[in-house]
Design a protein around this ligand. Structure first.
Ligand code: IPM
Ligand code: MG
Length: 370
């Protein structure tokens, strides 16, 4: 398990805004500890994104930051956005930095796993018997669709009325690559993919469905189904256990993954990995939560679990990822909770202390398994 590696991994850390810096600080402690345990050499580089970057560089993602992340093996990101920035025009909004980063790194597949950990069965607003077997993975296309389609913007009609438009557009190759990613990920799981679209209304969805269906025979062991997005939204909270891998476009994936988050008890539990052709990025699914920023209240587990995904996908160290996941579970089993996780008789702790609990559990897990 702790074989020697000579390789050095470069990780760019982008703490971002709001609670981003606090959760990232905790995530980095876990990253460093587990890297050491697995004899992985790390080189960490810090930079800014979002509102923090607007303040430092005048733009939410500077060119030099993009150069830096492209040269790194992985990026760990906190969150972007915040009350301060609300009134800015779109190009200067913190979110524009995140979109530019996704596009600049060509991060076409966003993986959002949703699993209910047994100690959190009561934390979901849904009944425990509904959520108890949830273990799904949303694969969201991240650099296409209506988020990036042209034309977009505001204009005046000939009659002088103002209108605004965005375009939902996908090319065949964009759909092919994310479909292949979803099918290959399903091969490592329960081998079921549901593709989600709105093919009863949208041309772009018709093409989506056609292309996913055409790629499917490359993965004969995987079972493929299709759902309309409205039905999928209902099925997710009616019977979530039916899902293994869900593959869908950018906008539908954004909405469905937030919905799926309630299954895991709190959005503060959900990690993500974004994989592409120019490196990969790991970030918690939650936002910058400006209302609790700087108060040591935020749940760092989504970031810690994102670090687990980094070990798995960026460094090819599945066992290190599994170790972190096991430690998170153990900390929850000990009763430790941040304030977003409702629980009677819980031992409520802050961000840093939750990080300590996980590190403590990592120290207790023997190198040769439980
Ligand atoms: C997400 C977020 C982003 C998105 C925002 C912050 C631009 O909601 O990562 O899901 O819409 O993709
Ligand atoms: Mg979202």
């Amino acid at each position: 398990m702790s074989e020697n590696r000579n390789e050095e991994f470069r990780v760019t850390v982008l703490p971002g805004d709001g609670i981003g810096p606090e959760v990232v600080e905790t995530g980095v402690r876990v990253l460093e500890e587990v890297a050491q345990r697995f004899s992985v050499a790390l080189c960490l580089d810090y930079d800014d994104i979002g509102w923090a970057a607007v303040k430092r560089y005048g733009v939410p993602l500077a060119d030099e930051t993009l150069d830096r992340v492209r040269k790194s093996d992985a990026v760990l990101l906190g969150a972007v956005g915040g009350a301060e920035a609300e009134s800015k025009d779109f190009a200067l909004r913190p979110e524009a930095g995140l979109l530019a980063l996704r596009k600049g790194m060509d991060l076409y597949a966003n993986l959002r796993p949703v699993r209910i950990l047994a100690p959190l069965l009561d934390a979901s607003p849904l009944k425990p018997e509904i959520v108890k077997d949830t273990d799904l993975l949303v694969v969201r296309e991240l650099v296409g669709g209506i988020y990036f389609g042209e034309p977009r913007g505001r204009e005046r009609t000939e009659q002088g009325e103002e209108r605004a438009l965005n375009t939902m557009v996908y090319t065949v190759s964009q759909i092919e690559r994310v479909a292949r990613m979803a099918f290959s990920l399903a091969m490592e799981r329960r081998k079921r993919v549901v593709s989600v679209d709105k093919a009863n209304v949208l041309d772009v969805s018709l093409l989506w469905r056609e292309v996913v269906t055409r790629i499917h025979p490359e993965f004969p062991e995987v079972e493929l189904g299709h759902l309309y997005v409205d039905n999928c939204a209902m099925q997710l909270i009616r019977a979530p256990e039916q899902f293994d891998v869900i593959v869908t476009g950018n906008l539908f994936g954004d909405i469905l993954s937030d919905e799926a988050a309630v299954l895991a008890g709190s959005i503060g539990m959900l990690p993500s990995a974004s994989l592409g052709t120019q490196g990969s990025l790991y970030e918690p699914v939650h936002g910058s939560a400006p209302d609790i920023a700087g108060q040591d209240k935020a749940n760092p587990l989504a970031t810690i679990l994102s670090v687990a995904m980094m070990f798995r996908y960026a460094f090819g160290l599945k066992e290190a990822g599994a170790l972190i996941e096991q430690a998170v579970l153990a900390a929850l089993e000990q009763g430790f909770r941040t304030s977003d996780l409702r629980a009677e008789g819980a031992r409520f702790v802050g961000t840093k202390a939750m990080g300590d609990c996980v590190l403590d559990q990592i120290g207790r897990i023997r190198p040769d398994g439980p």
